[in-house]
Design a protein around this ligand. Structure first.
Ligand SMILES: Nc1ncnc2c1ncn2[C@@H]1O[C@H](COP(=O)(O)OP(=O)(O)OP(=O)(O)O)[C@@H](O)[C@H]1O
Length: 266
C-alpha cells in the first residue's frame, strides 16, 4: 500500500514521500535562543537518495530530526506521505516512526545482549509484525551478514555493526530511511560498503534515503545534495561528484558561530 502523495509533473508521476514547508526551529528563549532552521522547504520523492551537507552548526541534524519526527518544529509543516506529522500526538508519532520510517545513526545503536539477527528483527517485533522471511533473507544476503547472524555486536567490526543497523532499519520496508552520519565511525572501505548498499536499496528496491554527512565522497553516492548554511538551504546539486561537492562546500563556508569562535581564538 502506498501512503505517499502522487503528484504529476512534466508527464511523470512523483511520489512525494516527505515534504517540509517553511520549517523554523528555535531552541531556548530570550538571550539564549538559537534559531537552527530559518524557513526550510524541501520535497523528497520515492526512490531518491538525498544527502544533506553544510558547515558544522548549519542545522543538518536539526533538519533531519524535524523531518523524521524526532524533534518538534517551532513553525512550518512536515508531511510524511499523506500525514502532517507536526500535528500528531506523541503516541501516534511514535507509532508512525516505528511503522513507516527507518533510522541509522553514527553510533550503530545496537542492543549489546542481542545477536545480529535479534537486533535486525527487533523493530518489526516491537510493532507486533513478523517480517517477511524472503525480505529478511534478501537484506541479510545483500549486506553480507549471513555468516554473522549469531554474533553479538561486540563480536562484529564497526562496518558489520553498521550493516546490521541498516538491515534493521530496512526490515520494515520504511517509506523513508533517515541516516545521520552513517559512515562517521567507519574507515573508508567499510563506509563505502554501507553507502554502496544504500545505493542498491534505492536503485533496486526504490527505497528513499535522506542522509546527513560531512563527507563529499559519501554525498557523491546520492542523487542530489542539499546544502544548508545558517539554517537555510542555499544550494542544491543534482548528480553530485566528489569534486563538485567539495567545491560547493568551500563556497558555503563556515557558519557565523564558527566564524565567531575562530575570531575568539585569534
Ligand atoms: N538541543 C539543542 N539546544 C540548543 N541548541 C541546539 C540544540 N540542538 C542544536 N542546537 C543548535 O542548533 C544549531 C544547529 O545544530 P545542528 O546540530 O542541527 O547542526 P549540524 O549542521 O548538524 O552540525 P554538526 O555538523 O556539527 O553536527 C547549532 O547552533 C546548535 O548549537
Amino acid at each position: 500500500m502506498t501512503q505517499s502523495t502522487a503528484v504529476r509533473s512534466s508527464g511523470q508521476i512523483h511520489d512525494h514521500v516527505a515534504v517540509a514547508r517553511d520549517v523554523v526551529k528555535s531552541y531556548g528563549t530570550g538571550d539564549s535562543a538559537v534559531t537552527a532552521l530559518r524557513g526550510v522547504s524541501a520535497t523528497f520523492v520515492r526512490g531518491q537518495f538525498t544527502a544533506i551537507m553544510g558547515p558544522s552548526g548549519s542545522g543538518k541534524s536539526t533538519f533531519l530530526h524535524c523531518l523524521a519526527g524526532l524533534d518538534t518544529v517551532t513553525s512550518g509543516s512536515v508531511r510524511i506521505g499523506d500525514v502532517e506529522i507536526t500535528r500528531l500526538s506523541r503516541t501516534r508519532l511514535t507509532r508512525l516512526r516505528r511503522d513507516r520510517l527507518g533510522f541509522v545513526f553514527q553510533s550503530f545503536n545496537l542492543l549489546p545482549m542481542l545477536t545480529a539477527e535479534e537486533n535486525i528483527r527487533l523493530t518489526g517485533r516491537l510493532g507486533g509484525r513478523r517480517a517477511d522471511q524472503r525480505w529478511f533473507d534478501t537484506v541479510v544476503d545483500a549486506l553480507g551478514l549471513r555468516e554473522r547472524l549469531g554474533h553479538r555486536p561486540s563480536e562484529l567490526s564497526g562496518g558489520q555493526q553498521q550493516r546490521v543497523a541498516v538491515a534493521r532499519a530496512l526490515l520494515t520496508r520504511p517509506e523513508v530511511l533517515f541516516a545521520d552520519e552513517p559512515t562517521g565511525n567507519l574507515d573508508s572501505a567499510a563506509g563505502a560498503e554501507v553507502l554502496g548498499f544504500l545505493r542498491t536499496a534505492v536503485d533496486e528496491y526504490r527505497q528513499t534515503v535522506i542522509m546527513v554527512t560531512h563527507d563529499p565522497a559519501a554525498a557523491a553516492h546520492a542523487d542530489r545534495v542539499l546544502f544548508l548554511a545558517d539554517g537555510m538551504i542555499v544550494r542544491e546539486l543534482p548528480s553530485p561528484t566528489i569534486d563538485d561537492v567539495a567545491a560547493v562546500m568551500t563556497t558555503v563556508g563556515p557558519s557565523p558561530l564558527e566564524r565567531a569562535g575562530r575570531r575568539a581564538e585569534d
